[in-house]
Design a protein around this ligand. Structure first.
Ligand code: ATP
Length: 140
């Protein structure tokens, strides 16, 4: 059976996850509050939906709890990121990965039960520095 994922927030980070998941033959529901962003992914994602994910009933009506893994890639609007994560948790989503903007954001996300918290710029910087020191230019 195909793996089914949801990506919320279609900026550079979320958009790149959608593209990669599709390349890996997964099913992806792509969600953004901005209809223009959703339009961009309409031909790429399995389904692309315009919704405000801080609205619990909107999330429930998308059947979000049936997906095995949800990524919250809302960056700048920390409040929306936290509220979305909280709702996903309450609805019963099994695995939630969230992009954090800073350490305080990460602390709150962990407290409310995010399974994985990532800092894409920081994580990638670390990885590249490590690869530079170990001279491994193949894995980045
Ligand atoms: P990146 O660096 O990955 O481009 P970013 O950190 O600048 O992203 P934003 O552009 O702030 O992040 O947010 C990513 C996306 O999340 C945007 O396309 C934005 O429209 C979407 N978004 C913001 N709030 C909501 C919300 N309440 N519901 C759904 N999507 C939202």
């Amino acid at each position: 059976m195909k793996k089914e994922f949801v990506v919320i927030g279609l900026g550079r980070f979320g958009g790149s996850i959608v593209n990669e998941l599709i390349a890996l033959k997964a099913d992806v529901m792509a969600i953004d509050i901005s209809p223009e962003r959703v339009e961009e992914f309409a031909q790429i994602a399995t389904t692309a939906v315009a919704a405000d994910t801080t609205d619990e009933s909107a999330l429930r009506s998308l059947g979000i709890r049936n997906f095995e893994h949800v990524v919250v890639a809302i960056g700048e609007n920390i409040q929306a990121s936290i509220l979305t994560t909280l709702i996903l948790k309450e609805v019963g989503v099994k695995k939630i990965t969230v992009k954090a903007q800073n350490d305080y954001h990460e602390k709150v996300l962990r407290k409310i039960g995010a399974d994985q918290v990532v800092h894409p710029e920081r994580d990638m910087g670390k990885r590249i520095a490590n690869n530079m020191v170990s001279n491994n230019i193949l894995d980045y």
